[in-house]
Design a protein around this ligand. Structure first.
Ligand code: ADP
Ligand code: MG
Length: 311
């Protein structure tokens, strides 16, 4: 879907991104992570040409982006950012409908899409007529994501989109994003500096430092086979164990054919969350139910250790 080939970008004589080569698969959830100033936002903005690259080549769906009309390109790409950038004098419905209106969708289709998106992002339909300043931060962020999704773009770029949220809203919106991405099969590229957020969302993780890619691959590869000392330090040796657990699910580690009475945990829970359940309930076995709340199996505390070895 996106190919960077030896791309560089300078600002005022200083290289913000250096010699970047990166392939982003269609349908993938790619997370760019790194320290502040490592070139993540610049990389993202070069994709929709908010920043023009100096050298190298960027292709979008096989076509070099510099030969495309920038506005036409942007209409195929949703963009959501931390500072949200909602239009203050437009109500929620009109904000969400920005791109569909630009594309000249008929009014009825726009209204239907706005309703769909409000539901998808767990926003009350009554909010449609409110103005941005009448919303909470979390609601504004959801509207920002809804707006980015409105014209069903082939690609969604998100720059620290949940950065301003409290932990509860943040986790809820992360789960929402995963669900939306799985449901729609859309390609997402998200920037964050939060390791746990990256591990929750990414199927491809790109670690950047000083304008360069340090390592890219599946999250488990970056955690277990860090390319160098920077990568190892970045993912934190001391917390490596629990971070690895965050990549596994209770459903896949549970022992089938066993059952146990008691309050079950959901198959979708990460093993890290299961670990806190083991500790909170002072037990070494937990029943696990599937999406339909049917018995699936039993997770044993020792399975967490086996999971670590499997990684
Ligand atoms: P990140 O998103 O990883 O924090 P950025 O991509 O925003 O990093 O920035 C990378 C480097 O480029 C930083 O040193 C930053 O100061 C510089 N930079 C980014 N945008 C501009 C700009 N518009 N003008 C000048 N320097 C910039
Ligand atoms: Mg940034």
């Amino acid at each position: 879907m996106i190919e960077f080939h030896q791309v560089s970008k300078m600002f005022a004589g200083k290289e913000a991104v250096r010699n970047l080569t990166l392939h982003i698969e269609k349908g993938s959830f790619t997370v760019l992570i790194g320290t502040s100033g490592s070139g993540k936002s610049t990389t993202l903005k070069m994709i929709n040409r908010l920043v023009e690259h100096d050298s190298g080549e960027i292709r979008f769906a096989g076509e070099a982006i510099e030969s495309m009309d920038a506005r036409a390109l942007r209409r195929r790409i949703g963009y959501a950012i931390q500072s949200i950038g909602l239009f203050p004098h437009w109500n929620v419905a009109r904000n969400i409908a920005t791109v569909p209106a630009l594309l000249g969708w008929p009014k009825a289709k726009i209204n239907q899409r706005v309703e769909e998106l409000l539901a998808l992002l767990n926003l009350d339909t009554q909010l449609a007529s409110r103005f941005p300043h009448q919303l909470s931060g979390g609601q504004q962020q959801r509207v920002g994501v809804a707006r980015a999704l409105a014209a069903d773009p082939e690609l969604l770029l998100m720059d620290e989109p949940f950065g301003a949220l409290d932990p509860v809203n943040r986790q809820a919106l992360q789960q929402e994003m995963l669900r939306i991405q799985k449901l729609s099969g859309r390609t997402v590229v998200l920037v964050t500096h939060d390791i746990d957020e990256a591990l929750t969302l990414a199927d491809q993780l790109v670690l950047m430092d000083g304008g360069e890619i340090v390592q890219q691959g599946r999250p488990v590869e970056l955690l277990t086979q860090p390319a160098n000392a920077f990568a190892r330090e970045f993912f934190g040796r001391s917390e490596l164990g629990v971070r690895l657990l965050a990549l596994g699910r209770a459903g896949s580690a549970a022992r089938r054919g066993e059952w146990l009475d008691g309050e079950p945990i959901a198959a979708t829970l990460t093993l890290r969350e299961a670990l806190s359940q083991f500790i909170a309930r002072r037990t070494d076995k937990l029943p696990v139910t599937d999406q339909q709340q049917q018995p699936l199996g039993v997770l044993h505390f020792s399975d967490l250790l086996r999971q670590q070895e499997a990684n």
